[in-house]
Write a protein that binds this ligand. Sequence first.
Ligand code: ADP
Length: 509
Amino acid sequence: MPYHKILESQIRKFLPEKCLQDESVCNFLNVVSRCYATFEKDKNISEHAFDVSEKEYQDINSNLLKQNEIRKQSILKLKEAIKSMDPNASFILENDDDLFSTISFLEQQIKKSKELANELIKAKEFAEKAMTAKSDFLSVMSHEIRTPLNAIIGTILLLQYQDPLPSQKEFLRVLEISSENLLSLINDVLDFSKLEEGKIVFADRDVELLHFLNNIKMANQSKAEEKGNNIILKYDENIPDFVRGDDVRLGQILNNLVSNAVKFTKDGTITIETLLRENNADDVLIYFSVQDTGIGIPKDKQQIIFERFIQANTNITRDFGGSGLGLAIIKRLLELQGSEINLESEYGKGSNFYFVLRFRKSKINTIREEKIQTFDKQDLKGLKVLLVEDVLFNVMVADGMLQNWGAITETAENGAIAVEKMKENNYDIVLMDIQMPVMDGYDATTEIRKFDTATPIIALTASISPDIQQKVTNVGMNGFITKPFNPNDLYIALYENTINKSTKKILAG
Ligand code: ADP
């Protein structure tokens, strides 16, 4: 085997030829040659290894430079974003170039916003608790105030039925107006707080609009006559007979506008007008307006009267009462239905309040059976009424009114007695109190409806909770009146559910 080339040249240089004949020298030289070869191999390997790591080092280095550039750009962008969110942060961020100060600044900000969020949650919970407490307080108070007020209004009515002397009539009138004002104030305050809480849910019922507007006209007729006013109803005959909507809330809006018009007009005319603005496949847009020829509203008051507790004319209010909440309630009720109240008025000449409302079309499409109607209080003569009421005083008041209209009343002092009486006798209509001992009005109606589905049952309730309509319908009642009831409301409920119903049947048949 040839020796390693370096060894070969050294042998040639330093060893005489005869030494190469010696076997032991040859063995030695072989070992040395292998060492040379091994050394060279190791040297090549380590040189190659060095080359490789040098390349890797170059790659890593250039990667690092790139990463560093990206990092710098990211920090810059991060700082810009922070600055745009919080301009106050600029001086902290400009001074420092490193990521550490930016991160610690961000940590501080996150901590602060967490604290803020916690405080907000606490404040929200507190506000919700306060709101519930306020609404609980208002509903308890309103119930507590309405109960004695019921007695006052009822007594005034009973006294009025007993032929008082002319001088007493005058005092009774003052008492009547004041107590009615107090009642509407309580209702307004309660209503406004419900509206503020957003607790109002709009009903979706079939409403016969002409009939409904006629009732509004009738309800305000006697007050209008007292002030020498005439109420005119202008109805657009193109409006479908029935629409789907919330008649109670629409009634609240229109009644408020009409009673304001009556209040602020003397010897004039109040016009309730409707116009069909749009007639689409599924819905209609109806324009409503209440115009009067009364005192009008000065320009500078035309905006603020829609705020709560604001009145333009304190003298009139002193004489006729008012909470200054009516228009604020109307405004909110319309806003919640995607509409708004508008006003055109000239001081001294009159006012026109108007709005538009969209209604879905109803499936009912009957031909109108009646023309504008005024009722004669003798219509209820001979009507057999079962009055279910446990409070003796309420019995006295309702009984007084019913007798005045010529109706025949029988009474039951709780729901259980009413059920028995219904089994044994025939009545034209039932007036059913809700809260009673032994058996309440809901349970009694459920029992009655098992054997009598025809006789109309009207609930009498002191509560004006938002779900009352749903509850009375669920047990099979035909409607409700809130106590203390306005004689007109009671009359209309009795008339509508008895005489008018059979007239309609005859007309339809
Ligand atoms: P109030 O219970 O005092 O009537 P409203 O919110 O209904 O409260 O009305 C606020 C005020 O707007 C009234 O006090 C009155 O000054 C003015 N106002 C409302 N309607 C009329 C109207 N038809 N004519 C003249 N002024 C009116």
